[in-house]
Ligand binder design. Structure first.
Ligand code: ADE
Ligand code: ZN
Length: 334
């Protein structure tokens, strides 16, 4: 089963580029950029990772990205993730980035997006991994700041496939960003928002995502299972759910395998993803393998989880079908 998972052609739809910053690259960039880190070695940095909820993770995540300064740094970050993903048989990835977490440190929007974009092009040509970019807004910042960043993105709209919403969900409902997301939709972008596991008012937030914002996907969305009305809407609208098992474990001490199985049984379009793999110490294969260990999924279930990701990817139909047929061939022969 482990080999079946590792060699399976895959897609990843929920990964924060800043969350792929490995400790070794942190140290390399800190030295290059004359930044002093609070830890003596990469191992000491990892030992200090102490997450038990979303805010405790976000504090460490935002501190970590302070070493990213130049276009080359963003290129290296993106290239390293795409190379790692390709080594795990990921053929396609949709990548989140958080521009406000960089502009607030004095790093320009153009620096960030150009470094990422150039690495995406190089990785497609040299590694054979295709990717698209999703610009996230930090929900604990103002709607005005989000709108300003959407305006900054206008000259680069062809480099984006969608927008997302992340960071601290407490008291920051989807409705706060209704105008920003309407404008993004008018720019031709797809829409997604985080509904992290066990957040305050999570069912209200999910209903707002679907009814007010009219999202195309929901990130995480585990708690939707508590509300039959939400389940019905998610199924009717064929909304993908980007579940992140190892990330969930830091909050709910479970990989949410039972919930994933319930979603599969309900024919919901659940997908498996890594979220912030350098921090949670698990890329896509490790997420799938650990989930399988907890939930004892069948090969057919594993194949459905991956097929769901290609199905709800923001790709033209022919491209989805090409990936799905590569997956079907693999499943038939393994
Ligand atoms: N930023 C990076 N990872 C995140 C997550 N899982 N939830 C909210 N914001 C994030
Ligand atoms: Zn996330």
């Amino acid at each position: 089963m482990q080999a079946f998972i590792e060699n399976m052609p895959k897609a990843e739809l929920h990964v924060h580029l800043e969350g792929t910053l490995e400790p070794e690259l942190s140290f390399q960039l800190a030295q290059k950029n004359n930044i002093t880190l609070a830890y003596a070695t990469p191992e000491a940095l990892v030992a200090a990772y102490d997450f038990h909820d979303l805010p405790s993770f976000l504090t460490i995540y935002y501190a970590g990205m302070g070493v990213l300064m130049t276009e080359e740094d963003f290129y290296q970050l993106t290239w390293d993730y795409l190379a790692k993903a390709r080594s795990q048989q990921t053929l396609y990835a949709e990548l989140f980035f958080d521009p406000q977490a960089h502009t607030t440190r004095g790093v320009s929007f153009v620096t960030v997006i150009t470094g990422i974009h150039e690495a995406q092009i190089a990785a497609k040509a040299q590694l054979g991994i295709d990717s698209q970019l999703i610009m996230c807004f930090l929900r604990d910042m103002s709607a005005e700041s989000a709108m300003q960043h959407l305006t900054m993105a206008k000259p680069y709209v062809d480099w984006l496939v969608g927008v997302g919403l992340d960071s601290d969900e407490k008291n920051n409902p989807p409705s706060k960003f209704k105008a920003v997301f309407a404008e993004a939709r008018a720019m031709g972008l797809k829409l997604t928002m985080h509904c992290d596991v066990n957040q305050d008012n999570t069912l209200i937030h999910m209903a707002q995502c679907i009814d007010e914002i009219e999202v195309d996907r929901i990130d995480h969305g585990i708690n939707s299972l508590e509300d039959p009305v939400l389940i019905g809407k998610i199924k009717d609208k064929k909304l993908g759910l980007t579940v992140c098992p190892v990330s969930n474990r830091f909050v709910v001490q479970s990989l949410t395998a039972k919930e994933v199985q319930t979603m599969l049984d309900n024919h919901m379009l659940v997908t498996i993803n890594s979220d912030d793999p350098a921090y949670f110490r698990a890329y896509l294969n490790e997420n799938l393998i650990e989930l399988q260990n907890e939930g004892q999924f069948s090969k057919a279930d594993m194949a459905t989880l991956i097929a769901n990701a290609f199905n709800v990817a923001w790709l033209p139909l022919e491209q989805k079908q090409a990936y799905l047929s590569i997956l079907a061939d693999y499943v038939e022969n393994n």
